[in-house]
Design a protein around this ligand. Structure first.
Ligand code: GLA
Length: 325
């Protein structure tokens, strides 16, 4: 059998998911695949084309493992897997590039282990495994996108209710991804940003419900800037959806540009190399807009372009959700 899980790229709405905000990702046609056989032995044994060591997890899993095996151990623990599998993993998602290679691994492993819950349960279990494996308090966007995407569509996710709206991308557009630098959120300032949002929420209430006027109540300039990013980014996601619906692609592109500036200046999760790449893309003919995508501190940038535009990078298409084949 095969479990297949796509990577994802986020078109707009970054660092909003862990405060229950809005995000607008799409699954991409780059995949992690596990070829496996189920066994009744209480053992998971997986080889990876990208890793020298096998992942071997005795069941019931303690949740702990070394290197990439820690993801497998964490997943097995979170779904309380009783039945083992033997198999081989390969991926076309560049690992550690901010395209959710780890979320794809978690979701594919859950499917291979026989997880039978809803897409939302699949995503929430995978997210708990990510937290267990890395200790980084990431949001739900990556796993939920991978678990529920629809081919040809991006998706609006309300990360408070987990409601999803699938949105067809206009046929005259292309999405291009440029790889900038490998990164890991472990040891990055990601967790600090999550804490800073919690501080802001203690002062002005849930950021997803707050309006820009309430920012005046925050004295600390850093916390105010972080909150300003989240509040305005949620607004931009709503406006981006409206712009796409009206086929106002230049308007959608302007919002991507503003999103990048907000992530770079107010949220401070971009890098100078990412800023340069985004600036260059924004000047390229046929590009409606470009921005960093995902957690930042490296990773990738994404551009929304005219179909005929000559733009360096990978053209990605909106893929379907993770599934067994
Ligand atoms: C990473 C996390 C997501 C999200 C993004 C930023 O990809 O895994 O939950 O917070 O960063 O939008």
């Amino acid at each position: 059998m095969r479990a297949v899980a796509p990577g994802r790229v986020n078109l707009i709405g970054d660092h909003t998911d862990y405060t229950g905000g809005l995000v607008f990702p799409m699954a991409i046609d780059r995949f992690t695949t596990i070829e496996f056989e189920r066994s009744h032995e209480p053992l998971i044994r997986l080889r990876s084309h990208d890793e020298p060591n096998e992942a071997i997890v005795q069941l019931p899993s303690s949740g702990e493992g070394r290197g990439w095996a820690r993801y497998i151990a964490a997943v097995a623990r979170e779904c309380d897997s009783k039945n083992g599998i033997t198999g081989e993993i390969s991926t076309t998602i560049p690992i550690g590039s901010g395209l959710s290679s780890s979320a794809a691994l978690e979701v594919a492993t859950l499917l291979a282990l026989g997880f039978t819950g809803s897409a939302s349960e699949l995503a929430q279990t995978a997210r708990r495994a990510e937290h267990r494996a890395t200790g980084v308090p990431t949001g739900i966007m990556d796993q939920l996108c991978i678990a529920s995407a629809r081919e040809g569509h991006a998706m609006l996710i309300d990360c408070a209710s987990l409601a999803i709206e699938h949105v067809a991308l206009p046929p005259e557009t292309r999405v291009i991804v440029q790889f900038i630098a490998n990164r890991t959120l472990e040891g990055s300032q990601y967790s600090q940003r999550v804490q800073q949002c919690a501080v802001a929420e203690n002062l002005i209430g849930a950021l997803r419900l707050a309006n820009p006027e309430s920012l005046e109540k925050i004295n600390d300039p850093t916390i105010r800037a972080r909150a300003r990013h989240v509040i305005t980014e949620n607004q931009r996601v709503r406006e981006f959806l409206r712009a796409l619906r009206q086929n106002d692609l230049h308007g959608a592109g302007r919002l991507m540009k503003q999103s990048h500036e907000s992530l770079a200046v107010d949220y401070e999760v971009s890098t100078s190399v990412m800023n340069e790449a985004v600036a260059k893309l924004q000047k390229t003919p046929g590009v409606f807009g470009a921005r960093m995508t995902g957690g930042g501190f490296g990773g990738c940038v994404v551009a929304l372009c005219e179909s005929g535009a000559k733009v360096d990078g990978w053209r990605v298409s909106a893929a379907r959700a993770a599934h067994l084949a």
